[in-house]
Design a binder for this molecule. Structure first.
Ligand code: HOZ
Length: 430
């Protein structure tokens, strides 16, 4: 299908004059895949429509939050009701309690939490808290994991930083990252060596338990449990960044799925149902150090925003229905298997990797287990595939190093259309 792009092209010119790259977040600019970004007008269920009137099956899903699909009626109604009662007060509201109750019921290792406005704020605050609690400055971070654009964590980072080949950003002073120790993902020995050498200076190990920001990379067998044991032995806090995986790979996130108990957890995306939100929480004794109970300062004008709380409550309530995650898992499996078959038919070597309703199709014939193996993928080919899918009405994340997200709104028919599109688009990449 030939896409109409005149209106998006005009919008891009206007946007570029006003905003770097014409976008509010780098990967959206399509620079890694060629072509120009499309300006989206609306979304409903599994589909989005751009301002030129093209319609797409969406697997970006706002980068993860929209697990129910676009504009779910229950979320729309909850937000409408909240907005009619006032958009923000900068004072406590009962909705914060209601969302906190739902989160802590699903993730009992979160004994207390604090709402913030984004995943970046959540990880930044969790690291500050871990440092304060242990009195140590060091943090172990994994190469290719992305925890938002927090200075101390913007080293060998995934997501847009990896997509644009600037994994460690200028503007982050050397001194700020002096205490950030980088190890390869899935490499327990490297963590052990780092801890053996400097445990007394390490406050925390932070990671995406299932990586979504170098494409989807699952933890190897025993990796998370091994990590939890190492942390416990060395008195180092385990911080799970579940911004992407929380309420996504299981109701209780990756901690539930892999049976581990983190000290601190960061959340975002799904718990805000598509509105800006973040949260960090965990052991009560640690959270009691947060201001105003303790001395660790952190605050925010729009934190616990009523609209975000309302969208989150409506979303988590729908997710608690019996069979929800089984259905998500089944439809995602269907997509993964369909993509594997399509690639085999097209004679293209790919790896399809997924956990729950997150997945990636990597242009490589080798397993992708860490940053080094992700970087060996053929990104040019991914760009051709991306453009071929777009022409066929499928909107994928515009980078090899981002995860696709399946929602409860995706039907079996949507998956069949996607697989058919992939069959054709993969052949074009040869
Ligand atoms: N870095 C985000 C996903 N990993 C993308 C944010 C966005 O462009 O919205």
């Amino acid at each position: 299908m030939k896409l109409r792009t005149d209106k998006s092209a005009d919008a891009l010119k206007r946007a570029e004059a006003l905003m770097p790259g014409g976008v509010s977040s780098p990967v959206r600019a399509f620079k890694a895949v060629g072509g120009q970004p499309l300006f989206i007008a609306s979304g409903s269920g599994s589909k989005i429509r751009d301002i030129d009137g093209n319609s797409f099956l969406d697997y970006v899903m706002s980068w993860g939050p929209l697990i129910l699909g676009h504009a779910h009626p229950a979320v729309v109604e909850a937000v409408r009701k909240a907005l009619e009662g006032g958009a923000s007060f900068g004072a406590p509201t009962v909705r914060e309690i209601e969302l906190a109750e739902r989160v802590t019921a699903a993730m009992p290792w979160i004994e207390q939490l604090r709402f913030v406005n984004s995943g970046t704020e959540a990880t930044m605050s969790a690291i500050r808290l871990a440092r304060a609690a242990t009195g140590r400055p060091g943090v172990i971070k994994f190469e290719g994991c992305y925890h938002g654009h927090v200075d101390a964590l913007l080293v060998k980072a995934g997501s847009g930083a990896m997509t644009f080949g600037a994994p460690s950003s200028p503007g982050v002073p050397e001194d700020t990252v002096r205490h950030t120790h980088i190890v390869p993902f899935n490499d327990l020995e490297a963590v052990r060596r780092t801890l053996d050498a400097s445990a007394s200076e390490i406050a925390a190990v932070i990671l995406e338990p299932v990586v979504g920001n170098m494409g989807c990379i699952p933890p190897g067998e025993g990796f998370l449990k091994g990590l939890a044991e190492l942390c416990e032995r060395q008195g180092v806090l385990l911080v799970l960044d579940e911004v992407m995986t929380g309420f996504r790979v299981a109701r209780g996130g990756a901690a539930e799925r892999y049976g581990i108990r983190p000290d601190l957890v960061t959340l975002g995306k799904v718990i805000g149902g598509g509105l800006p939100v973040g949260a960090y929480g965990g052991r009560r004794d640690l959270m009691q150090l947060v201001s105003p109970v303790g001395p660790v300062y952190q605050a925010g004008t729009l934190s616990g925003n009523p609209l975000a709380m309302a969208a989150g409550i409506a979303t988590l309530d729908l997710l608690s229905a019996a069979g929800t995650y089984e259905r998500l898992e089944a439809i995602s499996q269907q997509l993964e298997q369909g993509l594997v078959n399509a690639a085999a038919e097209a004679g293209v070597a790919v790896r399809v990797q997924g956990v729950g309703s997150m997945l990636s199709l990597f242009f490589t014939d080798q397993p992708v287990t860490d940053c080094a193996s992700a970087l060996r993928c053929d990104t040019e080919r991914f760009g051709r595939f991306f453009r071929g899918m777009l022409e066929r009405g499928v909107y994928l994340p515009p980078s090899q190093f981002e995860a696709w997200f399946v929602s409860l709104a995706h039907s079996e028919e949507d998956i069949a259309c996607t697989v058919q599109a992939a069959r054709e688009a993969l052949k074009q990449t040869v």
